[in-house]
Write a new protein. Structure first.
Length: 234
């Protein structure tokens, strides 16, 4: 448990591995608060662009970091603008800056230690939750799948919005993002040494969730039996 008594589940993994869907489902199942930490970096990227800056220029990104909590408000994190391919690409760029990761880490740690609405725990998904942000999390999941399968999932998702989407392009984007995330100097994507690796290549959402629930349930504190009455027996 964290210092505040809440349980933390860290869910890490590469793009399109299903970690976000799984993390949200776990949070709903156990009644925990959920945080998509990737949205924090998207929010920083969006704020940089809206401020007239370029995500590839750290000096432009710095201009929004002084008031970073304003840009990662609950309203901002649910904005459809965060889910565009442009912002996704920009988020990958800003997430590589150590200054950005440090700026949003306090937000993530505070969320994990003080889940909103009195939730008994928190589920955070991202790429360095179990290794950097919450290294003491009670449960660490590293959700992965083959690059081909992840590209297939992302292709089907994007094709609904843009029928001209090309699978080979999606696959290249996936592999490029993997290389970028796994080889950045600061907080690279990798499984924590004590993480439970969950390969979802051949699992549908229900099967993946069932496996994750088993892993988390094994870590939940055992319920105490009801106290016995001390009075005389009838």
């Amino acid at each position: 448990m964290t210092a505040c008594g809440s349980m933390v589940i860290a869910v890490d993994g590469p793009a399109a591995s299903g970690k976000g869907t799984l993390a949200k489902a776990l949070a709903a199942h156990f009644g925990f608060a959920y945080l998509d930490t990737g949205a924090l970096y998207r929010a920083v990227a969006l704020a940089t662009i809206d401020n007239g800056g370029e995500p590839a220029k750290i000096e432009d990104v710095r201009k929004v970091l002084d008031d970073v909590t304003h840009h990662i408000s609950a309203t901002t994190l649910t904005s459809p603008r965060l889910r565009t391919p442009e912002i996704a690409s920009a988020a990958a760029i800003v997430a590589a800056y150590p200054e950005v990761r440090l700026a949003v880490r306090d937000y993530q740690v505070n969320f994990s230690e003080n889940p909103p609405n009195g939730a008994p725990g928190a589920v955070l998904d991202g790429r360095d939750i179990g290794t950097v942000v919450c290294p003491d999390a009670e449960v660490k999941l590293y959700v992965t799948a083959s690059a081909d399968e992840r590209a297939r999932r992302r292709f089907l998702e994007l094709q609904q919005k843009e029928p001209s989407t090309v699978y080979e392009t999606v696959l290249k984007d996936i592999t490029d993002r993997d290389h970028q995330d796994m080889n950045r100097a600061h907080s690279p994507l990798k499984a924590a040494v004590d993480a439970n690796v969950l390969d979802t290549t051949t699992l549908d959402r229900a099967a993946a969730l069932a496996e994750a629930i088993k892993i988390v349930s094994a870590k939940l504190p055992a319920e105490k039996p009801p106290a016995k009455a001390n009075g005389p027996k009838p």
